[in-house]
Design a protein around this ligand. Structure first.
Ligand SMILES: NC(=O)c1ccc[n+]([C@@H]2O[C@H](COP(=O)([O-])OP(=O)(O)OC[C@H]3O[C@@H](n4cnc5c(N)ncnc54)[C@H](OP(=O)(O)O)[C@@H]3O)[C@@H](O)[C@H]2O)c1
Length: 330
């Protein structure tokens, strides 16, 4: 198939493009920077240059690409999130999820592409009621802290626009928290020094549940969705949703750091605000049953326990030493 990847140079795009090429697909990689074109060529993709927020430029790039499938992996999430400023930090990502989605879908429809696969997030957007692990059928949060409302609105917009589009098969992949090459939990990742310096505490009882996914498992699931996904939403997470009170000490131990400190909720509220408390004590995990059933996909790293150790170089050869970027897990 001929596939356009918007976000081909990002954390997931860099892993996905070679996999698509290896599976025999023709790949066109979208970037804003002509300077990144050579790296895309090395990865086996044909580069096209456009700003996804410029409708005319997107249409021109798509005309050149003439894709059967469009993959939307556009985000602009900072290397390290500051929970207190998260609303501002996501402003551009919100635009990519709304305006960027509109421009890509409009061009995909006009040019007769048949499938559209877009990135979303399986974690804090789920409603913080009921059981600890959520399926795609479960509702999203209707009362997030004020600073997260704009982000959730943009996520809802992307998901609705993609899955309700007529004339194209719209698939949304709700990825768990990424780790591995190019991510905050990965070699030289932005979170590691914070954990080593005990700057990420367990808040309250650490009851927030996180679902993770190795970036290569996320890329493999994306390949499966491109090839055989059906219109709708899939959680792309590992088999082992875990409380912060479980995964954070394991990460510290892999890094040979002292165990994380404990901080009471009242104190954390001053340091990381209501949204930070929510991430650390109240969020829910996600189930991958649908993706396994319908995409014929299984995460190679079924649990973050082994995945973290491998990604951080403890368990065999270190992965992808060339990747220097660090980024957030949220
Ligand atoms: N599930 C998760 O944990 C999750 C989900 C999403 C993101 N993240 C994290 O957030 C971090 C950032 O992700 P990332 O690699 O996607 O970020 P990034 O390095 O900012 O890359 C984003 C991608 O979007 C493209 N892009 C951004 N704005 C664009 C625009 N206006 N027009 C065209 N292309 C545009 C970039 O292309 P150019 O720069 O080449 O133009 C790049 O390919 C990652 O480390 C990732 O782990 C995590």
């Amino acid at each position: 198939m001929r596939i356009l990847v918007a976000g081909a140079t990002g954390a997931i795009g860099r892993r996905l493009v070679p996999m698509l090429v290896g599976a025999g697909h023709e790949v066109v990689g979208l970037t804003r920077s002509p300077g990144k074109a050579p790296a895309l060529r090395v990865a086996g993709a044909e580069p096209v240059v456009a700003d996804a927020l410029d409708a005319g430029a997107v249409m021109a790039a798509m005309r050149k690409a003439a894709p059967e499938v469009v993959v939307h992996e556009l985000t602009a999430i900072p290397a390290m999130l500051d929970f207190r400023k998260i609303g501002q930090q996501f402003a551009l990502t919100n635009r990519l999820r709304t305006e960027g989605t509109d421009h890509l879908i409009a061009a995909a429809l006009e040019l007769g592409a048949r499938r559209f696969v877009a990135q979303s997030y399986a974690g804090w957007p789920y409603a913080r009621t009921g059981g600890p692990v959520k399926t795609e059928e479960d509702p999203l949060d209707t009362r997030p802290p004020a600073s997260l409302r704009g982000i959730l609105e943009a996520i809802r917009y992307l998901e609705k626009t993609v899955t309700a589009a007529s004339g194209i098969e719209g698939i949304v992949l709700r990825y768990g928290g990424f780790y591995g090459p190019g991510n905050a939990i990965g070699e030289r990742g932005a979170l590691l020094d914070q954990v080593r310096q005990r700057r990420i505490p367990i808040v309250g009882h650490g009851t927030g549940i996180w679902s993770f996914i190795h970036i290569d498992d996320a890329a493999r699931a994306t390949l499966a969705a491109i090839e055989c996904g059906k219109q709708g939403i899939y959680n792309i997470v590992d088999d082992d949703p875990a409380r912060v009170s479980t995964w954070l000490p394991v990460l510290a131990s892999i890094l040979e750091a002292k165990p994380p400190r404990h901080v009471p909720v009242w104190l954390a509220r001053l340091l990381i605000g209501e949204q930070g408390i929510m991430f650390m004590t109240d969020v829910r995990g996600a189930s991958n049953a649908k993706a396994k059933r319908e995409l014929g996909w299984e995460p190679h790293w079924a649990s973050w326990r082994e995945g973290f150790a491998q990604a951080l170089g403890e368990d065999g050869p270190a992965v992808d030493r060339g990747v220097e970027r660090a980024a957030s897990v949220v």
